[in-house]
Design a protein around this ligand. Structure first.
Ligand code: SF4
Length: 335
């Protein structure tokens, strides 16, 4: 290891904590390679960085699947692809159920409600369903609306903006160099193009991915650097929960310490972003994972389901935030 990286934690303390400048790809790699004895130190630093540059609030978001399963794409981790032997069948939810889910989400204190569809990109039917759903939610619920509908055309970006969509989620999923091993039906660059259009239209950009998909530590560091270049408002960090019937169904679950090192490393690469715990956390980190992560750089959680696998009940996470004395970010703070 070079002298500059000899004590990456000290370097990060000065560079990220004091000056707010995220770690470079090489520096992120050094964090990912830290021995277990240094794990608590780097989590502590990541927590200090989050507190200094983001504050103590935790953003809570709910998520609902408008259209589930039957997707034509082949993302190897995804049980919603119609190309694998996966149990998820294509299904739509109706508008009253959507409004009800938004109401329940708002009751938890969540400020963001994300409407998700398992598609390559939206067609006319999906766009009109989303428009009707957003209008119905707006009538009854005070919450910001996010969407995750796959790759967009410029016209669709404009339509979503006009509907008042506050934030758009589109994950790069993994590093540019590893992406072809994960998805073959579309390219990393296509995803990047959608994200640029979303940004230019003035919507907030939410972009993250999944760790533990066979990427090397170098590629994990590359992914953090890819995200730092994009500068998303929010990064949802998932850990692979290998789904039976998918090409990644037999991959091992990430070791807990490796997952925690990654959380700290991504926080140190992205000091100001909303870093959200998303799917796969329970299987990777167990019950203690929420606390370790929230004290190690995470500042947002998803309540309720994680689309295809059940997460913990909302109350468990919300109780934990109370115990840790971390306030839930209020809606008027985010407007
Ligand atoms: S990740 Fe999205 S685009 Fe890929 S198969 Fe799953 S639903 Fe389709």
């Amino acid at each position: 290891m070079t002298g500059v990286l000899a004590d990456i934690i000290e370097v990060a303390r000065e560079q990220v904590l004091e000056r707010g400048e995220g770690l470079s790809q090489e520096q992120v790699l050094a964090v990912l390679q830290l021995p277990d004895e240094k794990l608590d130190d780097v989590l502590q630093l990541a927590h200090e960085v989050r507190m200094k540059w983001c504050g103590p609030e935790v953003e809570v978001e709910g998520i609902i699947s408008l259209k589930t399963g039957g997707c034509p794409e082949d993302c190897h981790f995804c049980s919603q692809s119609g190309l694998f032997e996966s149990p998820v069948r294509s299904a739509w939810i109706d508008i009253p159920s959507l409004v009800e889910a938004a109401k329940q989400t708002a009751k938890t204190g969540a400020t963001e409600f994300c409407i998700v569809a398992a598609v390559r990109g939206p067609d006319k039917r999906l766009m009109s369903q989303v428009a009707a759903g957003i209008a119905a939610i707006r009538n009854e619920v005070d919450i910001q609306i996010a969407c995750s509908l796959g790759m967009l055309t410029q016209e669709q970006v404009g339509e979503l903006k006009a509907m008042g969509v506050h934030r758009y989620n589109h994950n790069l999923e993994t590093s540019k160099s590893h992406f072809p091993n994960v998805v073959t039906t579309h390219s990393w660059e296509e995803r990047w193009g959608t994200l640029q259009m979303v940004r230019e239209a003035g919507m907030e950009v939410c972009c993250g991915g999944i760790l533990g998909m066979g990427e090397t530590l170098e590629q994990r560091a590359e992914f953090a650097a890819n995200l730092a270049e994009l500068e998303p408002d929010e990064v949802p960090l998932n850990f692979l929960n290998p789904r039976p019937g998918t090409p990644f169904g037999d991959l091992d679950v990430l070791e807990p310490n490796e997952a925690l090192r990654a959380i700290a490393a991504f926080r140190l690469a992205l000091p100001r972003t909303i870093l959200r715990f998303a799917g796969g956390r329970e299987i990777t980190l167990g019950d203690l994972g929420a606390e370790k992560g929230i004290l190690g750089g995470i500042n947002a959680v998803i309540v309720g389901n994680y689309l295809t696998t059940l997460g913990r009940p909302a109350e468990t996470d919300l109780d934990l935030l109370g115990e840790l004395k971390m306030p839930i970010k209020a809606l008027n703070d985010t407007l």
